[in-house]
Ligand binder design. Structure first.
Ligand code: ATP
Ligand code: MG
Length: 208
């Protein structure tokens, strides 16, 4: 139900998948930079369900990750959030994400946005040909990760160095260190309100 794109070309839809535990400004800058460079009409953020590469116990409940993503993207008219992955039972595979989005947004041309670290995993998958038939792949740089292209259907782009990771944000919260300006203000407040990432038994009420 997105508005029609001006002119005859197809709606250009970026797809930003991630655990978003929590979403941070690295994710938002990457989406914004790719949207500008590839003339995207919209970027849909897709929080993962049960991440196949991460231990279930280490990942916050999907509803928290979804709501933080909504809070973080609410002010940008070009950013939306999809529940396709969190509403699908079982582990999340990018192939399912793209199939579902293709089904719900049949008129859109898909651009899957991923960091260099995740791109390396994608390129090692068996069904990579089907992935590339569903979407263009855009790999973005990330400090500490080599950016290499091994397929002609993968575009690579440099985004401003954002030495922010969800892992570091979680560590900071559990240690009572600030995450202000690493994540959007509303996400700082959401984390505090729900007591996310605190070590069990720790008293860190004043860490925000
Ligand atoms: P974690 O530390 O828990 O792995 P993360 O910071 O890597 O979290 P994810 O949700 O795993 O965040 O990442 C979602 C996508 O965003 C991935 O494609 C990842 O490569 C990319 N990404 C994450 N952080 C950055 C960043 N600072 N700059 C650019 N891309 C990023
Ligand atoms: Mg990661």
């Amino acid at each position: 139900n997105a508005p029609a794109r001006k002119g005859s070309s197809r709606w250009r839809l970026g797809v930003m998948g991630g655990t978003f535990d929590p979403i941070h400004h690295g994710h938002l800058v990457a989406a914004s930079e790719v949207a500008a460079a590839f003339n995207l009409d919209e970027v849909v953020f897709v929080p993962t369900g049960q991440p196949w590469q991460k231990n279930a116990k280490e990942v916050s409940p999907a509803e928290h990750r979804y709501l933080m993503t909504v809070v973080a993207t609410a002010s940008n008219p070009s950013f939306t959030v999809s529940r396709v992955d969190i509403d699908r039972p079982g582990p999340t595979y990018t192939i399912d994400t793209l199939r579902d989005l293709r089904a719900t947004r049949p008129d859109a041309e898909l651009f899957f946005i991923t960091g260099a670290d995740a791109m390396a995993q994608i390129l090692s998958w068996k069904n990579v040909d089907e992935l590339w038939s569903l979407a263009h792949f855009v790999g973005v740089t990330r400090p500490g990760h080599e950016l290499t292209s091994r397929g002609k259907d993968v575009s690579l782009m440099e985004v401003p160095a954002m030495a922010i990771s969800s892992t570091d944000c979680r560590r900071r919260v559990s240690a009572g260190e600030p995450v202000w300006y690493l994540v959007p203000d509303g996400v700082v407040q959401y984390i505090a309100k729900h007591g996310l990432y605190r070590k069990e038994g720790s008293i860190s009420e004043d860490s925000f």
